[in-house]
Every structure is written in C-alpha cells, then in structure tokens.
Design a binder for this molecule. Structure first.
Ligand SMILES: O=c1ccn([C@@H]2O[C@H](COP(=O)(O)O)[C@@H](O)[C@H]2O)c(=O)[nH]1
Length: 253
C-alpha cells in the first residue's frame, strides 16, 4: 500500500520487521531526505518502536565524544531524554569523555573503532608505538576498550568492508559485542563479516543494514508495498546470516 506521510512510512517498516530484527538504529539523514523535521521524526519513530517491538534494542548512532565536563550532558541526553538503550561514541577524546556513557551497566556503548568508509584508514590505521611494540591505532583502541570495560557494557563498531581487521579485533576482544555496518549498500561481504565478527559461539556480531532494508524496492510491476519489501529484505538478510552460522556449525538449534 502506498504511504504518504514519511513517519507512517517508518511506522509501516517497523511493523513489518518487528519480529525479524534484534535492534533498530533510526536514521536522521533518511528522515531529512524525505523532507521531515528529523528530530520530530526520530521521536515518533522511537515511540513507535517501543509500542510495536518492545523487546528490541534501540541504538542511537550519534557517535558522541567530548571532554569530561560536557560529556555527562550528552550521556544524559542520549539515555534519559531520548531513552536509547545503547549509543555509539567517538573515543578520540580518550577515556574521560566516555566515562559518563559507561556508568549505567544496563546501557550499551559502542565505540567507533575501525570504520567501513575508506577515510577510516586515514587515522585509524596509523601505526602507534605501545609497550608491546608498534600496532595500528584501531587495535590499540580495541585493547584500551577492553581495559575500560569495567561494567561489561562496551562494544565496538567495526566495518564489514575490512574483514581482516574485523578478525583482528575479534581475536583481541573475544567476548565483546561488535556492531558491524557496511554490508549491502557499502559492498561488504556478508559471509566474511559474519565469520570474522562472530564470537567463538557464533554470537555477539550485530550485522547492520540500513539502506538495504529501508530503501528496499517492491518487485517491478507488483504491488507498491514498501513495508513488505523491507520485510522481505530483512528476512532475507536474517536467513542468510543464519545459513552462514549453520554452515559454520554455530547455528541456532
Ligand atoms: O564505520 C561506520 C560507522 C557507522 N556507520 C553507520 O551505519 C550505517 C550503515 O548504513 P548502510 O545504508 O547499511 O550502508 C550508516 O548510516 C552509518 O551511519 C557506517 O556505515 N560505518
């Protein structure tokens, strides 16, 4: 069924995928592209996810990061005002800027570690000298995150477009959840991402797909039901992930 109000479009996609996904990551750029006030749309989208899929995690991909005097206000905004269950943060400012986000063990904090975009290499791949010798900066960040993880609520954002680096970080942080964007529209290989990103039980890899689902197109000549197309794309991705896990002997019984 064609949808006129962009917020209805979001609601329809959420309704159509509620039983298929474990986390939603609302996308402000998407709302703005549809001509909406992004913040109002975000509010409406969060409200709707809470009603339609109360058990899913809502992830605020805002990549916040500031000095210790202002970071608490950002953490309060993300967790208490918006009510996100988990957020992404930027660790460029070091530990004191992250500390306020880490205080509540019930809220997840994904540190952007090695991006999926080409420009991530500009800084994140630089070699740094550590007590254990020279290593890439993203590996140093992964090790540091492991040390900061006193409340057990840290995860890492690792791009799917560089599976070797993803595998490096998985071996440095064997138990950490990894949020993995870059499959679908960005061209990362799904099987490589799942196999490199999963833990030894085949879990703790959150594969992200945004445009691959929200921009899914209905079959040409068929009904113009975008929500059904999004559902189909989400189900296909879920089934592909499960098949990869099963083939690796790590399926869900
Ligand atoms: O390294 C990164 C960090 C974050 N992202 C975010 O994930 C989504 C991916 O969207 P797709 O449409 O599935 O490509 C994007 O909105 C980024 O904000 C990332 O891609 N890479």
């Amino acid at each position: 069924m064609p949808v006129k109000d962009p917020l209805d479009f979001n609601r329809a996609i959420i309704d159509a995928t509620a039983d298929l996904v474990c986390a939603y990551k609302p996308n402000i750029a998407f709302y703005e592209a549809l001509g909406m006030d992004g913040l109002r749309a975000l509010e409406g989208t969060i409200d709707h996810i809470r009603k339609a899929a109360p058990n899913t995690v809502i992830l605020g991909d805002a990549k916040r990061g500031d000095i210790g005097s202002t970071a608490p206000a950002y953490a309060k905004a993300m967790f208490q005002v918006w009510g996100f269950d988990a957020v992404t943060v930027n660790a460029w400012g070091g530990y004191d800027g992250l500390e306020p986000f880490l205080e509540d063990p019930a809220r997840g904090v994904f540190i952007w570690c090695r991006g999926s975009n080409p420009g991530s290499a500009d800084l994140q791949d630089l070699t740094v000298n550590t007590l254990d010798g020279p290593i890439p900066l993203y590996q140093h960040l992964a090790r540091s995150a492991d040390g900061w993880n006193r409340n057990g609520n840290i995860g890492l954002v690792m791009g799917a477009t560089n599976p070797d680096q993803l595998a490096d970080v998985r071996s440095l942080c064997p138990h950490m959840p990894l949020l993995i964007p870059g499959v679908g529209a960005q061209g990362g290989d799904l099987a490589d991402a799942v196999l490199a990103g999963m833990d030894r039980n085949g879990r703790r890899a959150l594969i992200n797909s945004s445009r691959g689902i929200i921009y899914a197109r209905p079959e040409p000549g068929g009904s113009q039901d975008f929500a059904a197309a999004a559902r189909q794309a989400a189900a296909r991705l879920r089934d592909q992930i499960n098949r990869i896990l099963t083939d690796a002997g790590k399926g869900w019984l």
